[in-house]
Design a protein around this ligand. Structure first.
Ligand code: NAI
Ligand code: MG
Length: 368
């Protein structure tokens, strides 16, 4: 930990419950920084989202990327509104940042959290996985088009792009992630039986990169069979890597199998560190509970812990997670986890615990 380090964070709360969970997280992180006294952190509010879109006709201004490059990291809430098609809001804001900033590694730790319970009988002891999603190309490259508009033979193509560079860098990152965890095991997910071009290239590159990691065991799964293995043999998995589309789907399944989407965090990383990385909860803007003050802030707390760890503040990240775990274990949780607390109630409990710390405790989550 660099003593006296100081970080500038771009806060983009976005839509729906985004402002509620990001606001909650800023309170907790500011409290933590003040208590520990080992680093400074400053959040700058950036108002991009659907309100901004309705006013300006676009989700982000033209110089958005330059603005973001002036920060050390980005804390993001959610994007999406009931009266704007989802592909407009998603491409307008989140995908407008992820691609150009080359945040090519989407990392989603999935763990059965205190206060949650895996619905799987086979995972009575809980789940502990890290999912690594290719985040810059593949099925979400935006390639394709529509022809013969409004004719009975109207046609649309959606072309997946897989590049050697893109595949190799994410598989290498996944092997490194696997190596940093006690199990040292990686599962590579493809669909190379029916998709015989891009997916076969994935298989070939995985076998090549694996040679550089003799200390990591690895196996391959077809994505359909992978859903079965996640449910029936959850303990056989540790680190998992796959394409943009496959891991989008598998990570929602993983969060549900672990216990709840309300606690699931994600990191969008530029492992080269040329650009600021973006940290956000897995969940969306949750219109059904927006404004009620009951959104679960834990997914965003955990995302902020991942952010602190990425910035080099591993002790602070562990301290934050330890306090959040203790509060959840005490049953101070929001209604989605069966509790009766509201968002601010969880914030207050975590802040109180941080305030009461004599010396930072050790979390069950260890940041490597
Ligand atoms: P969602 O994640 O917003 O909500 C799904 C269900 O989970 C809802 O019942 C919601 O109340 C509940 N939920 C989600 N987060 C919660 C939390 N923190 N605390 C308690 N309950 C929570 O997914 P949905 O409904 O499919 O999408 C709503 C909007 O969000 C759409 O516009 C969608 O495009 C957008 N979205 C945005 C994402 C992002 O910004 N990264 C990710 C997923 C969806
Ligand atoms: Mg998703």
């Amino acid at each position: 930990m660099a003593p006296g380090a100081s970080y500038r964070i771009a806060s983009i709360p976005g839509d729906g419950i985004g402002p509620e969970v990001v606001g909650a997280t800023i309170q907790v992180v500011e409290k933590l920084a003040k208590k520990l006294g080992t680093f400074e952190i400053e959040f700058t509010h950036i108002p991009w989202g659907t309100d901004y879109y309705k006013e300006h006709g676009r989700y982000v201004p033209e110089d958005a990327l330059d603005t973001l490059r002036g920060f050390d990291a980005i804390l993001f809430g959610a994007v999406g509104a009931p009266d704007v098609p989802d592909h407009i809001s998603l491409w307008g804001l989140l995908l407008a940042i992820r691609g150009p900033l080359q945040l090519y590694a989407n990392v989603r730790p999935v763990r059965t959290f205190p206060g949650t319970k895996s619905p799987l009988a086979a995972a009575a002891g809980g789940i502990d996985w890290v999912l690594v999603r290719e985040n810059s190309e593949g099925e979400y490259s935006g390639q394709g088009g529509r022809s013969h508009l409004h004719q009975p033979w109207e046609t649309a193509t959606e072309v997946a792009i897989f590049t050697r560079v893109g595949i190799e860098r994410i598989i290498r990152f996944a092997f490194e992630t696997a190596r940093s965890r006690p199990r040292r095991h990686l599962t590579v997910v493809t669909k190379s039986n029916s998709m015989r071009n891009g997916m076969v290239l994935w298989d070939e590159i995985a076998a090549e990169v694996a040679k550089d990691f003799p200390d990591v065991t690895w196996d391959k799964m077809l994505v359909d069979a992978m859903t079965v293995r996640m449910v029936s043999k959850p303990q056989s998995l540790d680190t998992i890597v796959g394409t943009n589309l496959h891991m989008d789907i598998l990570s929602d399944l993983a969060a549900a199998l672990a216990g709840s989407i309300g606690v699931a965090p994600s990191s969008n990383l530029d492992p080269t560190r040329k650009n600021p990385s973006l940290f956000e909860p897995v969940h969306g803007s949750a219109f059904d509970i927006t404004g009620k003050g009951v959104a679960n802030p834990v997914a965003t707390f955990w995302s902020a812990a991942e952010m602190l760890s990425w910035l080099g503040e591993k002790k602070a990240a562990e301290t934050l997670m330890s306090c959040v775990e203790d509060v959840c274990e005490d049953g101070i949780v929001t209604p989605d986890l069966g509790g009766t607390s509201n968002t601010q109630g969880v914030v207050d409990a975590v802040c109180q615990l941080i305030e009461s710390l004599a010396s930072p405790p050790v979390s069950k989550v260890v940041y490597h």
